[in-house]
Design a protein. Structure first.
Length: 425
């Protein structure tokens, strides 16, 4: 017979009471919270998802690096230009101004002065004439006037002097300015009476002629007439005088050459043997306790444009040379010999012959800007074919940065062209 429901319930609960346990129902959880916890516990994060995230990050960084490489990439090209070693012993002609396609030269003229003091040790009876320098003005006409050696000049001190050399005085200029020329003079007789400060002179041969009023002569500004002497005085030996003059010539020539080389413009060369030293005046007093020997001299130098000279050497020595830009390394090591210029004054020289000898290296030059423009934007594999068009390049090496790049930057300014061994002497 079925038992009542209440009995079943009681029987199930009585043991629990007997054990002293009281069952309590937990408080009901909110529906939303239970749902979220259930979902989070049911959807785990797998390894595949993490790998995907890392792959995306790495790919993004790679894209950034590639983009930066295009912005900051550059190229370096080391160029070894074509060179030829040649032996020279050849003659050249040069002119001033240069002929078309020929070799030209310029004349540099530098004046200077050096002095030495000698000790007088001997006593002698001496007789010496005074001397000085005058300026002659020609206002007579536009034609030059020649005055012969020993032309007589009457000084304003009542003394007679003569010219040491023949002189040509230019005529009046178109603007009315008188022509002028300098001349060295000496006293007609020895003695201190002819020593004087600045003087005015008349040309004795023009007295009573129309030229008398149109030729004026006066002492050169800043000079006097000195050196006249007659009597006993202390002197230096002839050997000492000759040695002093020789030393002064050597020293003055060296000093003027140093000065000339320091003043020549860039791109020009002055060979030491392409200079001529001319002693202009030697003041050598005959007597006195201290003898001051003074030498005035002029250095004449022939300047050559290095680029023109290198081109003429290449034209003479290299078959098939087509006026490409070149320079000669150790150009100054060549031996220079100036041909015979005869009696022509150095200032009036317009044509010369010369010889150059020695071993030099001829180096072809490169227009680096044009070369960089030809390379810009080209593939690395095109580098060899581009080089083949440059006969002035022996070999070249291309380095791209970053190393994985295969294209040369499309901006020439990002291409660094380095010429190895391109320095001239």
């Amino acid at each position: 017979m079925p038992r009542p429901l209440q009995d079943i319930v009681k029987r199930k609960s009585e043991p629990e009471r007997a054990a002293g346990k009281v069952s309590k129902k937990p408080a009901a959880e909110p529906l939303q919270s239970r749902s979220l916890d259930r979902e989070s516990s049911q959807i785990p994060v797998g390894r595949g998802s993490r790998y995907m995230l890392w792959s995306v990050a790495v790919f993004s960084v790679a894209l950034l690096i590639v983009a930066l490489s295009f912005m900051w990439g550059n190229a370096k090209v080391e160029v070894y230009p074509r060179t030829e070693t040649i032996e020279l012993n050849d003659n050249f002609a040069a002119s001033k101004p240069p002929s078309s396609g020929g070799l030209g030269f310029e004349l540099v003229v530098i004046h200077g002065e050096e002095s030495r003091t000698l000790e007088a040790t001997e006593e002698k009876e001496l007789s010496q004439r005074a001397g000085g320098t005058v300026v002659i003005f020609n206002d007579y006409g536009m034609a030059a006037q020649r005055l012969d050696i020993d032309t007589r000049l009457n000084g304003s001190n009542g003394k007679l002097y003569k010219t040491k050399k023949q002189v040509s005085v230019p005529g009046r200029k178109a603007d009315g300015t008188p022509g002028m020329a300098e001349a060295d003079i000496y006293a007609a007789e020895a003695g201190e009476d002819y020593n004087s400060g600045p003087l005015d002179f008349d040309i004795a041969g023009f007295k009573g002629t129309p030229k008398e009023e149109h030729f004026k002569v006066r002492s050169k500004t800043g000079t006097e007439i000195t050196g006249g002497f007659k009597g006993k005085t202390l002197v230096a030996s002839a050997a000492e005088k000759d040695a002093a003059v020789g030393e002064l010539k050597t020293v003055l020539q060296e000093e003027l050459f140093k000065k000339a080389t320091g003043e020549i413009p860039d791109g020009f060369i002055l060979f030491k043997d392409a200079t001529v030293f001319v002693p202009d005046k030697i003041d050598l007093p005959l007597g006195g306790e201290e003898l001051v020997v003074t030498l005035n001299g002029t250095l004449y130098g022939l300047l050559f444009k290095e680029e023109e000279l290198a081109g003429q050497i290449a034209l003479k020595k290299m078959a098939g040379y087509e006026n490409e830009p070149v320079f000669v390394r150790n150009l100054r090591d060549l031996k220079f010999i100036l041909g015979n210029i005869g009696d022509v004054s150095l200032e009036a020289m317009n044509n010369i012959n010369l010889n150059l000898s020695g071993s030099v290296e001829l180096v072809w030059q490169l227009d680096t800007d044009k070369f960089a423009q030809d390379l810009a934007g080209r593939s690395k594999k095109d580098f060899t074919s581009i080089l083949s068009a440059y006969k002035n390049i022996d070999r070249a090496e291309l380095t791209l940065s970053p190393f994985w790049k295969r294209m040369i930057p499309d901006e020439a300014k990002k291409i660094d062209v380095i010429i190895n061994g391109a320095e001239s002497d």
